[in-house]
Ligand binder design. Structure first.
Ligand code: DGJ
Length: 558
């Protein structure tokens, strides 16, 4: 009997151990450390050093701030609690330059300084009574896990600094990005060589946008930021922006009016629940070491009445579409990244190329699981198309490879027909600056469009007139496992957009001149979609057509 009890006991212990050695991530569920306690690390970040991941976060005692915790993991799934990275110490000083017990410490971010050999942590610092101080506490340590010692508490460049993050660039420069001016703007400042202070001067970004919860990451030459709005502890739709220069350039987003949730900026969440970022607020975007362009979105599902029990929302983040997108997974592991970039953006359309159409805002592929076209996740229902060049510039016939039939616009629906010499089977690919195309039927002007601004799997594709408030942007993608020889677009370079812009000007000229018969001096040119009149409408060879907003776009000649 005794022996039996022992066996049952060891079975239970074994099961507990199994549970502790987590092999996946289940966002929104209680995430226990290897001791079986729920992970108490909020608003934080992850760094990688010497084969281990270190997770830093706000340690909370119910709501009270209780220093900065540190957990270590060999695999990102199972985490062991180490001793606190920052322990409240000393007494509260009148100068507010301490980390004594009772102070509020939020959103810790850690980077390694290769010059000094120190680990540096920046923390949002408040006096413990309210959010009026808006300072940072800067701490350093010799080892990633700490202990971290206070260097100073201050307002960076004299500015109020609430939600904040650090970004360590590939050239060793580090930046501090923070919500300022009572959260209405976001500032960016370069750090000193030792990363302990900002250098003088800062870039004021995202003016008046009221963004919080910045998390910065980089792909190629592009810096990305994901943000939240300002709604206290309550979640709101996530947004993303980009810039090529953190200090000298305005952040950009695809046109605001296309935001499906009515807010400014574009949402990086693309599944059910996106309107409140899957009930989360961003805290960090972690680049997975050794996996190109693979990121983990880290967010907090705050419980404002017991911050300690707030849940962790970690999800894979992809930039395959050229923009960050975060899909929802009930549970996932790193194998999600294995095929994330199997489908790659084509450099340019090529006669005979086998392509897939990727919809810009959903990062999903045009598919035909049933009779009509819909957007779907990668899988067997994705439709492979073959492009056939015509003698008209930028005009292709689009064959459904599986069916051997050609896409045709018939009474504003897509039909699949045997190849024929008619314009209803011809599709003009209107290049957009980011390398996407509006795919417009030559006969009736109908464009491939996304139903109802939605981004979820199953969204219907339909045909409608060109309209800038409807999602009509599709990228040409190829299966790199089938066509390793196809050329990939360098879409994260600055040159990519510049080249596309130049090509758009060329196209505008070619198309406009081609469409005008006889004397062109009376021709009036209108921008497609907006209906805006072009500034210069006398068309002659070598004259670019310009519209008021700067560069040539898409025109109809009336
Ligand atoms: C939202 C911020 O993002 C959090 O870090 C925290 O400061 C709360 N506001 C406080 O209301």
């Amino acid at each position: 009997m005794k022996y039996k009890t022992k066996n049952v006991l060891s079975l239970i212990l074994g099961l507990v151990a199994l549970q502790a050695a987590a092999q996946s991530i289940s966002p929104g569920h209680t995430w226990n450390d290897t001791n079986g306690s729920s992970i108490n690390a909020h608003g934080g970040c992850v760094v990688y050093a010497d084969g281990y991941y270190y997770w830093f976060g706000e340690q909370r005692s119910t709501n009270k701030s209780d220093g900065i915790s540190c957990y270590r993991s060999p695999n990102l799934y199972s985490w062991t609690k180490l001793s606190r990275a920052v322990t409240p110490t000393g007494t509260q000083t009148d100068e507010n330059r301490d980390i004594a017990s009772g102070r509020t410490l939020e959103r810790p971010k850690v980077i390694y300084n290769a010059k000094t050999g120190k680990w540096v942590m920046w923390i949002h610092w408040e006096n413990g009574n309210d959010y009026g101080q808006a300072k940072v506490a800067v701490c350093t340590a010799d080892k990633p896990e700490g202990p971290y010692k206070l260097s100073d508490v201050f307002r960076p460049n004299g500015c109020d600094s609430r939600d904040q993050t650090l970004f360590l660039d590939s050239d060793g420069q580090a930046y501090h990005i923070y919500s300022t001016n009572m959260n209405s703007n976001t500032n960016c400042e370069r750090l000193s060589d030792d990363f302990l202070t900002p250098t003088e001067g800062y870039a004021v970004q995202l003016k008046g946008r009221r963004y919080e919860a910045a998390a910065i990451f980089k792909v190629g030459e592009l810096y990305w930021g994901v943000f939240s709005g300002c709604t206290g502890w309550d979640p709101n739709p996530g947004r993303f922006m980009w810039t090529y220069d953190l200090m000298n350039e305005t952040w950009q987003a695809p046109a605001d009016f296309r935001a499906s949730d009515g807010s400014t900026g574009i949402n990086f969440c693309v599944d059910n629940g996106k309107n409140n970022s899957y009930q989360s607020q961003s805290n960090y975007v972690f680049p997975v070491p050794g996996r190109d362009k693979c990121f983990i979105y880290m967010g907090d599902r705050w419980n404002s009445s017991n911050i300690q029990s707030s849940k962790h929302i970690w999800l894979p983040l992809s930039v395959r579409s050229g923009y960050p997108t975060v899909r929802w997974y009930d549970s996932w592991d790193l194998s999600v990244f294995d095929e994330m970039y199997r489908m790659k953006r084509m450099k340019e359309p090529v006669d005979g190329a086998e392509v897939y159409l990727l919809e810009k805002y959903s990062n999903r592929l045009v598919s035909r699981p049933k009779a009509s076209l819909t957007l779907e996740n990668d899988g067997n229902s994705n439709t492979c198309f073959i492009l056939h060049k015509t003698d008209k510039p930028y005009v292709y016939k689009i064959e459904n490879k599986e069916m051997g039939l050609y896409m045709e616009s018939v009474y504003e629906t897509t039909r699949w027909q045997a190849p024929a010499d008619r314009e209803s089977q011809e599709w003009r690919l209107w290049l957009e600056e980011d390398g996407y195309y509006r795919i417009e039927n030559v006969a009736d002007g109908a464009c491939l469009s996304v139903s109802g601004n939605t981004t979820e799997a199953g969204t219907t594709i339909y045909l409608s007139a060109a309209n800038t408030s409807v999602h009509q942007s599709f990228g040409l993608y190829f299966d790199s496992q089938v066509h390793a020889d196809y050329e990939e677009a360098d879409m994260f370079s600055k040159a990519y957009r510049i080249r596309n812009r130049e090509q758009m000007q060329e196209e505008a000229l070619v198309v406009s001149v081609k469409n005008v018969k006889g004397d062109t001096s009376d021709a009036q040119v209108y921008e497609m979609g907006t209906g805006r009149k072009a500034e210069r409408h006398r068309l002659s060879r070598g004259t670019y057509v310009k519209v008021r907003n700067g560069h040539a776009r898409k025109f109809v000649v009336k």
